[in-house]
Write a protein that binds this ligand. Structure first.
Ligand code: ADP
Ligand code: ZN
Length: 545
């Protein structure tokens, strides 16, 4: 028989009440603060001002120009048409042209979508309203559509205007999904937006720009002609793009006199594959902060290097003490990664190995990812081996493994599944790619994944067994010095037996010139406020424009 004592029962009941109490409390709190939450309460809004828009209006004199946005020349060219329209609406009206009402700017976070919209407002000298899509969705029914109405009314009454809705996916998700009866608040909000845009005519000098990093989930109506019929995609910048973005953000910094901005920008661009504009802006600022912390009178190259490392790896935790045994394990684990990487042709160039505990782990082997869009099977296999190098070294040197390889194993598994399921690289499954597990294929897929990972493990084990001495050397060095750079690796193991790319010039070789903006469309050249207004005093901003 089960005997339930009363005490625990009571406390259990009380505990189950806690969420309810919290919910009631937060509702009361929200009602007192008004639906707009903390941000708006300062402006004295209460419960009944539900319709008021939360959009922030940046009045004229926005000091962002096209020259401040680098590395996305095609996008600038597209946006320029809207700028022209806002500046000379008559030119279009006279010709009877219908102006597109809006553009959807898509791209990963931090690639400059907001910046581009702001620059458009700056160039057109019109005010700029910005609002986040999620701000329309509140817990009170009807708030979203009311806010949309308000915002558009505000824009219409004060036209010309640029209206920027960031994260439009919050309201623009596909309609008619997962609801039983009635429309959701989100759908109503989206409908209201479409209705408002429908009311535009060729005399409405309002341009609506919207940003999202999830174009795949958007309702198709949004991108039909008549609404956001222009789509502008901004991808993460390539090496040339990064170099021009660096030039923009190096401008305000006081650099050491030995540094030339152009050369530095190119060098840093080569060191930062995968970085977005926001990351780059972060690197430049972080470098200046590091310089200040070291009381340096100017920012030096090493400060940039430290800033990049910090952004890739997170903060070093110098205070965290590792037990000697753990430290040895970490050293040999990282040495395993480094040695495997050194002797496999297709893995990325090694930059640095460290066993100083850092933000997200105990040690790391940092590589310079190559600028690459397509990978061969061989390359993926080499990468898997390098990722397994840590675990194999532990097994080989200590005869036992630790939990330290979890992240490596996760990546290996992901890569293997992707190769088999998405890239059609398994002979047994054939040339197929699917997103969802296929009925009846699960067993075969698992088998193939296991086969692939075992093959990679065996190859890595063979390699490290042959190079055991090297692992010892690198491991011992790490134990003693904690950090190992590429030059130290050359000293310990001799030069890497493969050619490597590392400079800007090597990376851009064969991609159409060394210059960052050779692809700059003719229409954009000289697109500069200073020149336009005949003001020769004003310096041309940036080199690209
Ligand atoms: P998003 O809206 O795409 O998330 P933001 O426009 O907010 O990105 O970018 C954040 C910051 O990153 C900008 O204020 C700017 O300093 C920097 N940045 C991003 N992209 C670029 C770019 N293409 N050129 C120059 N700076 C950029
Ligand atoms: Zn590892």
């Amino acid at each position: 028989m089960l005997f339930l004592p009363l005490g625990p029962l009571l406390s259990c009941f009380l505990r189950s009440l806690v969420p309810t109490l919290l919910l009631v409390g937060s509702l009361l709190y929200a009602a007192r603060r008004g639906p707009m939450g903390a941000g708006s309460s300062g402006r004295g809004r209460g419960l009944f001002s539900v319709g008021e828009t939360t959009a922030r209006v940046l009045k004229s004199n926005i000091d962002v120009w096209f020259a401040d946005v680098a590395g996305c020349e095609e996008a600038k060219l597209e946006i320029m048409e809207f700028v022209n329209f806002l500046k000379n609406p008559k030119q279009y009206q006279d010709l009877g042209a219908k102006i597109p009402k809006g553009a959807m700017v898509t791209g990963p976070p931090g690639t400059g979508k907001t910046l581009l919209a702001k620059a458009a407002a700056g160039e057109a000298s019109v005010p700029f309203i910005t609002v986040n899509g999620s701000e329309f969705l509140e817990m009170f029914v009807g708030v979203g559509p009311a806010r949309v109405r308000d915002m558009f009314a505000m824009a219409r009454n004060n036209a010309p205007y640029i209206l920027f809705t960031d994260e439009i996916d919050a309201i623009g998700r596909k309609r008619g999904r997962g609801h039983f009866g009635g429309q959701s608040e989100q759908e109503n909000t989206l409908n209201q937006m479409l209705v408002e845009m429908d009311r535009f005519n060729s005399a409405t000098s309002v341009v609506v720009l919207a940003g999202t990093n999830r174009p795949d989930i958007l309702d198709l109506a949004l991108i039909w002609p008549g609404w956001f019929d222009r789509q502008i995609d901004i991808g993460p910048p390539d090496i040339k793009g990064r170099s021009s973005i660096f030039k923009v953000h190096l401008r305000p910094l006081k650099l050491h006199e030995s540094l030339r901005k152009d050369a530095l920008a190119r060098k840093l661009a080569a060191l930062t594959p995968g970085f977005t504009g926001a990351d780059i802006s972060n690197v430049c600022n972080e470098a200046a902060l590091i310089a200040a912390r070291h009381l340096s009178p100017s920012v030096q190259e090493k400060h940039f290097e430290q800033a990049i490392e910090r952004i890739i790896g997170g903060l070093e935790k110098k205070t965290q003490v590792l037990q000697p045994r753990e430290k040895t394990t970490v050293a040999y684990h990282e040495a395993g990664h480094a040695v495997v990487g050194w002797f496999l042709e297709h893995v990325d160039t090694l930059l640095k190995v460290s066993i100083i505990p850092w933000g997200r782990g105990l040690g790391y082997a940092q590589c310079l990812p190559r600028e690459q869009h397509l990978y061969t099977q061989e390359q993926l296999f080499d990468c898997m081996c390098m990722m397994l190098g840590g675990r194999v070294a532990e097994q080989l040197c200590f005869g036992q493994v630790t939990t330290g390889a979890q992240d490596d194993l996760r990546k290996v598994t992901q890569s293997a599944y992707a190769q088999i399921v998405q890239f059609g690289m398994s002979e047994k499954l054939g040339q197929m790619s699917f997103d969802f597990p296929q009925r009846g294929k699960a067993l075969l897929i698992d088998e193939e994944v296991r086969r692939l990972i075992s093959a990679a493990y065996k190859r890595t084990l063979d390699l490290l067994t042959r190079c055991r001495e090297h692992v010892e050397k690198v491991g011992q060095w790490l134990l003693e010095k904690e950090v190992l750079e590429k030059a130290d690796m050359v000293e310990l193991l001799g030069p890497r037996p493969f050619a490597e790319k590392s400079t800007y010039e090597e990376f851009v070789e064969g991609t159409g010139g060394l210059e960052e903006d050779t692809s700059l469309p003719a229409g954009l050249k000289g697109w500069n406020r200073g020149q336009e207004e005949g003001d020769i005093e004003q310096p041309v901003r940036g080199n690209s424009l």
